[in-house]
Design a protein around this ligand. Structure first.
Ligand code: HEC
Ligand code: HEC
Length: 235
């Protein structure tokens, strides 16, 4: 684990940093605006809007994004923010789950993450969360793919080095969901993880898979104290 935790932001070109810093130019705000609209919208079926349950006095979600993934108390399973949003749709709005990487799910995730901008990451890995943390850590150190590489080899041992025009960062998830130039669109952390797995010619896992969600928990614990910065801009 790197001794001093540094956001991927520090490894970006100055132009990319300024785009992230400018709320008017940062394209991530298109998704945030969409998410905010959805958050306030009343579903057609007469159920309550997200906002009507999540105003300050009922259950604040102001910094929730900095504390996810977390255990869902009703099922005992680990959920990330996307999973939590979909649980609320199913449980409290009688609506079907939104598809991973759909603009609606990215929008809601982006909106809720943006509320937590600047909040230091802190997740709970005790109790039922422990086994997920362990599984995420195992995956991080697992050598795989045609190149037989582990996440740790790039992001623990080689951060700061150049790789195909990128500077390898410490591999933190604090900027996600983020806008990537390479995608020319906004995407989730799981999309980024799929790209890293594909990069070493390993089979990427499904969006929302239990293993990627466990890796997400491991990454969050590993980045503890780092400020949330979604909507990030990345190369
Ligand atoms: C061959 C080296 C390599 C391996 C192995 C690798 N990555 Fe990456 N990863 C990169 C590069 C290059 C980038 C883009 C530049 C950077 O590091 O932010 C990146 C980006 C990331 C980011 C986004 C960081 C940011 O601030 O935008 C995360 C998170 C990440 N990797 C996690 C992982 C995880 C988890 C694994 C294992 C499943 C993994 N990576 C395996 C090279 C690698
Ligand atoms: C009828 C009320 C209700 C509605 C509508 C609702 N939620 Fe929730 N939400 C809850 C409750 C209660 C919890 C606590 C977990 C649980 O019991 O499922 C929660 C938990 C959450 C959390 C995690 C908060 C934390 O601190 O862990 C987020 C984020 C969230 N909801 C987002 C949403 C979004 C986005 C929508 C709309 C798509 C929505 N909720 C709709 C009641 C609601």
């Amino acid at each position: 684990m790197p001794a001093d935790i540094r956001s991927g932001y520090e490894f970006l070109q100055p132009e990319t940093q300024s785009l992230q810093d400018d709320d008017f130019a940062n394209p991530g705000f298109l998704w945030i605006d969409k998410g905010e609209t959805l958050f306030n919208q009343h579903p057609d079926n007469g159920k309550r809007a997200c906002a009507s349950c999540h105003t300050e006095d009922i259950r604040s979600i102001a910094d929730a994004a900095a504390h996810y993934p977390a255990i869902d108390e009703q099922t005992g399973k680990l959920v990330n923010l996307e999973g939590r949003i979909n649980l609320c749709r199913e449980r409290y709005q009688d609506l079907p789950p939104l598809e991973y990487e759909s603009d609606d799910l990215l929008g809601l995730t982006a909106y809720i993450s943006s509320l937590a901008r600047g909040v230091p990451i802190a997740v709970d890995i005790t109790g039922p969360a422990r086994k997920y943390f362990d599984a995420g850590e195992d995956y991080f150190f697992l050598r795989k793919g045609q190149f037989n590489l582990a996440c740790s080899q790039c992001h623990n041992e080689h951060w700061g080095d150049k790789l195909r025009g990128d500077t390898i960062s410490q591999g933190h998830g604090n900027a996600f969901p983020a806008y990537r130039m390479e995608w020319q669109t906004f995407g989730s952390l799981h999309r980024r993880l799929r790209d890293c797995d594909t990069g070493i010619r390993a089979e990427p896992l499904e969006y929302g898979s239990e293993t990627y969600t466990a890796v997400e928990l491991y990454l969050a614990k590993r980045a503890e104290g780092l400020a949330m910065e979604s909507p990030g801009i990345r190369r």
